[in-house]
Ligand binder design. Structure first.
Ligand SMILES: C[S@@+](CC[C@H](N)C(=O)[O-])C[C@H]1O[C@@H](n2cnc3c(N)ncnc32)[C@H](O)[C@@H]1O
Length: 260
């Protein structure tokens, strides 16, 4: 039996909550109508930096001591080529030469990383797909202007390869429809190297229905707080997907994950 006293405590707390809610609603509506917070607009970039960089810092410190194939955190000297050591460790640990893989690279440019994977994954049944505008970045990225990193489609002499030209937002869905059985049923190694938040989040979201446990997703610029890291964070939060870190280089600038 609910006593009169508990009933009265319940009613009082309900009415306090209702009052609190009305104050919150009133304040939000007032701020919206008055535009008061726009006084702080010149500091938006700074607040955005603080918010996103703090999320990145928390993420790195949460994962820095995990047992990874490679992890050089903290290393005061970055060496971009260290990513190749990480790639080798991944191929060996997950025996990516023993069974066919489907390698999907988003952001190919001149093909440096693409060629590396092609050379080092020798299984004849593996397939390699490279997506790029091949006309450079579709929007500015930090100090790189729209159009930077422009390079023609790489010339490679290997039947296992196909390049898909265009922005991912136009080209990816048609590709996935046409190749759905292959993409669904083969272990995927996905290399996100488009640098941009927009491109990375778009590609990950479209690939989501095709992901299987054991697929590998690598980010070439993972610790860029307002681009690949933000795309990773929103993707994992919105799709409730668990990506476990398996390797990192250059203070998590390059980071690789496995789908769980
Ligand atoms: C850093 S480069 C790739 C570098 C390459 N993976 C390597 O290791 O040499 C980034 C590439 O992403 C491509 N890119 C970025 N956003 C894109 C989008 N939405 N659609 C297609 N290509 C995109 C750019 O054209 C650029 O060539």
């Amino acid at each position: 039996m609910v006593s009169c006293r508990s009933l009265s405590i319940f009613c009082t707390s309900m009415s306090l909550n209702t009052k609190k809610l009305s104050v919150i609603k009133f304040t939000k509506d007032f701020l919206l109508a008055s535009r008061l917070l726009q006084l702080f607009q010149p500091f938006n970039k700074f607040f955005g930096f603080m918010y996103n960089f703090n999320l990145l810092t928390s993420w790195v410190h949460k994962h820095k001591n995990e047992k990874l194939l490679m992890n050089d955190f903290y290393n005061p000297k970055r060496n971009y080529d260290n990513r190749f050591n990480s790639f080798s460790a991944i191929i060996e640990a997950y025996k990516l030469n023993d069974t066919p893989i489907c390698y999907l690279e988003f952001g190919v440019s001149g093909g440096s990383s693409f060629r590396w994977w092609l050379k080092n994954c020798t299984n004849k049944a593996s397939r390699f797909f490279g997506f790029d505008t091949f006309e450079g970045l579709p929007e500015d990225w930090g100090h790189f202007a729209k159009g930077a990193m422009q390079a023609g489609i790489p010339e490679v002499n290997d039947d296992r390869v196909k390049f898909i030209k265009g922005i991912f937002q136009d080209s990816l869905n048609g590709f996935l429809d046409e190749n759905s059985a292959l993409i669904k049923n083969t272990r995927k190694v996905i290399h996100m190297d488009a640098d941009l938040f927009t491109a990375t989040l778009f590609a990950l979201s479209q690939l989501y229905p095709y992901l299987n446990k054991g697929d590998i997703i690598m980010f070439d610029e993972f610790n860029v707080y307002n681009h690949e890291f933000m795309a990773y964070r929103l993707f994992t939060e919105c799709f409730y997907i668990k990506l476990r870190p398996i390797s990192a280089q250059n203070n998590f600038y390059h980071a690789a994950f496995i789908v769980e």
